[in-house]
Design a protein around this ligand. Structure first.
Ligand SMILES: [Fe+2]
Ligand SMILES: [Fe+2]
Length: 241
């Protein structure tokens, strides 16, 4: 189902609860009554087309209206991607760590498998942070610099040599799927943890890891299918002058 701007935001959220963190990222909190998506965006001063595309791309992984998305300013996209990184590192990861810590405490006699799970997650977070750091320290600043130089009357030579030295295709080649590694963790929980009566935390952890996996996959899709083609266009413009 394609989400339309005339729909009530409350109905959209009832239909797909996983969209809550997405709208939150745009600064929309629950409590919007019967307002349509369009009027919520207007009140919050959110770019409606951009919001609709992000919402739809998360709701339906097949949805990717490339031409449509390419018309957005690249700064909007970078801001959104950065907000998403922040959400993973400041909200989601600590929440998941609390659940795992709880499981370690709960396991009285045989803590071994839970400590292993804890270590696996720690290693995973390290990898994720490395991935994010690289994007925020290198790739995103490159894109912002490129985009702002295109707004000036003449493109500085330094930017042209920057583009010749680092092209977004390098990022395309090295951009790995961080979400796939979450599968190993889910497998440990499903297959190898000792059987216990109270599985509440275990279910909760699986749910949280799956939600993070979906969110990361959507994020990577936006980087691969929207950011990269968009930057390729900017690079061409810079080189052609
Ligand atoms: Fe990213
Ligand atoms: Fe990424």
């Amino acid at each position: 189902m394609i989400l339309e701007k005339e729909m009530k935001l409350s109905e959209v959220i009832l239909h797909d609860y996983n969209l809550v963190p997405i709208i939150n990222r745009f600064g929309i909190q629950l409590g919007f009554g019967d307002s349509t998506i369009e009027s919520v965006c207007k009140n919050k001063d959110i770019d409606l087309d951009f919001f609709m595309t992000i919402l739809n791309s998360f709701h339906d992984p097949q949805y990717m209206d490339k031409e449509y998305l390419r018309s957005f300013p690249v700064e909007l996209l970078i801001n959104y991607l950065k907000e998403t990184h922040k959400y993973y590192l400041s909200d989601k990861i600590p929440e998941i760590e609390v659940i795992i810590d709880d499981m370690v405490v709960e396991a009285r006699d045989d803590k071994g498998p839970y400590l292993l799970l804890q270590k696996f997650f720690k290693d995973y977070v390290y990898e994720l942070k490395k991935h994010i750091d690289r994007e925020e320290a290198l790739v995103y600043p490159y894109v912002i610099k490129l985009s702002s130089s295109l707004k000036t009357a003449s493109i500085p030579d330094s930017v042209i040599s920057m583009v010749k030295e680092y092209s977004i295709t390098l990022y395309e080649k090295e951009h790995d799927d961080v979400e796939e590694k979450l599968n190993d963790l889910k497998n440990i929980i499903i297959k190898y943890l000792p059987t216990v009566k109270d599985q509440k935390n275990r279910f909760l952890l699986l749910k949280e890891l799956s939600a993070l996996e979906n969110d990361l996959a959507d994020h990577a899709r936006i980087e691969d299918l929207i950011l990269i083609p968009k930057v390729e266009i900017l690079e061409k413009k810079a080189l052609l002058g």
